[in-house]
Design a protein around this ligand. Sequence first.
Ligand code: PEP
Length: 253
Amino acid sequence: MRKPVIAGNWKMNKTKLESIKLVTELRNLIPRTTGVDIIIAPPFTALTYVFEAISGSSVTLAAQNCHWEDSGAYTGEVSPPMLKDLGCSYVILGHSERRQYFGETDSTVNKKLKSVLRSDLIPIMCVGESLEERRQEKTFSVVEGQMKKGLAGLTSADFSEIIIAYEPIWAIGTGETATPAQAQEVHQLIRKILGELFGKNKAVQTRIQYGGSVKPENIDELMAQEDIDGALVGGASLEARTFAKIINFKPGD
Ligand code: PEP
């Protein structure tokens, strides 16, 4: 069975002290061991402080982005070995906000993904369609393209784990969630594509998160879907009690 994985993407929020406060509140609200993998992705500036604050808890650390080179003349960038050095276990890649505002493409996501794997970090690769694309019934072709281009050149031997996050752009930060059925059909497609690319075993093992206005009120129903293995949570991860409720979702039968 795939272990559920709930990640909180804080985006460009929280100072050093605010980060320590939030994560300390959170660790007091969740059991030391849970049946859920818990990931926090604070901004780069708070990684070290959050890493210290989660020590001895079941919470692990992610970065929200990285560069594809290990080092060099790339002013303002941060590399996978640097993130590993700070205690990160995961890196979010290709978030729609990075694609929309910072010109990220499937090709840069692909380079970053390979670089993250080389540094022994686990990529969380985001895919998802815009409202316009959904209206034009292009959801499947858009997600398929992002999957195939983002994962191009990889074989199943190249990685032990990759997490995919399906995040319909129209549901991010809008309060509008994909219905569990809408999410499930795309998750099913993603698993099918993983099977074509990497074989059945990898497809069955790979965890696929849903992201887009996840909250305590909708997490149970989403997690009850066969191919939904977790959530990538934005806004609702910025408040400890709310995020803890999501982590403590009620698994279906
Ligand atoms: C996200 O940023 O990945 C996200 C899903 O945001 P929100 O939960 O706020 O919609």
